[in-house]
Design a protein around this ligand. Structure first.
Ligand SMILES: NC(=O)c1ccc[n+]([C@@H]2O[C@H](COP(=O)([O-])OP(=O)(O)OC[C@H]3O[C@@H](n4cnc5c(N)ncnc54)[C@H](OP(=O)(O)O)[C@@H]3O)[C@@H](O)[C@H]2O)c1
Length: 359
């Protein structure tokens, strides 16, 4: 029997790489496709996919298509419904949409406990940590280290960051990704979201998770153990590896990605991130530690601010200021249900939009 995959965010960067992985693997098939606005007819025809949806409620598509695996590669809070749908039903969730776990954190964990299914991270760092942790007893784990490329502005002085443009922010040195996550990588908000994501995925407190900048993106993350050993996951930066790992788990099928060539030389440099130039990283950590709907508010404010930056309405450093202002204004009360979560998200969005200059 083929594994039937609902591919949400099929037209995006992760979505198109997932289609390549599925197309090359006879044990996998796509049973549903979703996008926000780009048409899917051609893709659906070529792949023989019956269930397709452009925009709208993703959970009705999932009800209709009855997938074995939901690959949530939607960008932003829009992915929350699908994440909760899969977790609640115990349907395997391959999660690229980190924003949904960040925003819905506690509700998602409760749904995961009730559903009892697999939650397989697609983010390369979390896929790496998942693999380093597999089969290890929790008490043997000391801490996690998430690596960050540092983005295109790793060496830019603060005074120059004021005027960097959209094109420069979109020129990521090691990964080719959609625009929102690329800007998040430039501000290090992405690594902040990933810290919160790791907290929910692996159940570790924030003081046991560290972020280091590692410009070549070869070490995808590490786990330190209590005996002084650290296990790392290495490979060239290519999302097809963690996508394939999640879709073919636990089999680990071949991919077209080349093997590491160690004899040709590898640069394994690490440095501490700079909280002054990249304040969204400490802000995300703080939102995570405060808990409740602070992570949801962090995400919502960041989504609004990144859209405004991409539209040329604000400067690069304004993204962090807007998020900091929003976090100072929201109450962060825990959401008891999805309606309260949606309201917390909407409230942080209104606050951030209100702080933007009118167009
Ligand atoms: N790209 C990477 O290498 C990478 C790595 C790690 C994690 N991630 C995470 O993976 C997610 C996707 O990233 P990406 O880079 O693939 O983004 P992307 O290229 O911008 O693609 C986003 C996809 O989501 C769809 N979408 C957006 N809103 C939707 C909605 N309301 N309903 C249905 N579909 C919707 C888009 O459809 P339209 O095309 O119609 O707009 C598009 O297919 C993000 O959470 C990101 O943080 C990405």
């Amino acid at each position: 029997m083929k594994k039937r995959i609902a591919l949400l965010g099929a037209t995006g960067s992760i979505g198109s790489q997932a289609l390549e992985i599925v197309g090359a693997n006879p044990d996998l098939e796509v049973c549903a496709l979703a996008s926000r606005s780009r048409p899917l007819d051609e893709l659906a025809r070529a792949r023989g996919v019956k269930h397709c949806q452009v925009g709208g409620d993703l959970t009705s598509l999932l009800d209709d298509s009855e997938p074995d695996v939901v690959l949530n590669a939607v960008v932003g809070f829009a992915g929350v419904g699908a994440t909760l749908w899969a977790l609640e039903r115990g349907v395997t969730l391959a999660l690229a949409n980190k924003e949904s776990l960040v925003a819905a954190g506690d509700l998602a964990l409760a749904a995961w406990r009730r559903g009892g299914g697999l939650l397989l991270p697609v983010d390369s760092e979390h896929s790496a940590v998942f693999q380093c942790l597999e089969g290890r007893a929790a008490e043997t784990v000391d801490s996690l280290v998430l690596t960050a490329s540092g983005g295109p502005f790793r060496n830019r002085p603060l005074d120059e960051l004021v005027s960097v443009g959209v094109d420069e922010a979109l020129a990521h040195p090691t990964w080719s990704m959609g625009p929102k996550v690329t800007v998040d990588s430039a501000t290090l908000a992405n690594k902040g979201l990933e810290l919160i994501e790791a907290h929910y995925l692996f159940g570790l407190r924030y003081e046991r998770m560290e972020v280091v900048v590692h410009p070549s993106s070869v070490v995808h993350s590490l786990v330190r153990f209590r005996d002084g050993a650290a296990l790392a996951h290495l490979g060239y930066p290519d999302m097809r590896v963690p996508i394939s790992f999640a879709l073919t788990y636990p089999d680990r099928q071949p991919t077209p990605v080349r093997q590491l060539d160690l004899a040709a030389g590898l640069t394994l440099e690490f440095e501490a991130p700079d909280p002054e130039r990249f304040p969204l990283l400490p802000l995300a950590r703080e939102a995570g530690v405060r808990g409740g709907t602070f992570p949801c508010a962090f995400n919502a404010a960041n989504e609004v601010a990144v859209s405004a930056f991409l539209a040329g309405r604000i400067g690069f450093l304004d993204i962090a200021s807007l998020v900091a202002d929003a976090l100072a204004k929201v109450d962060g009360m825990p959401a008891r249900d999805v309606e309260e979560l949606v309201e917390a998200d909407a409230s942080a969005r209104r606050t951030t939009e209100g702080a933007l200059a009118p167009v």
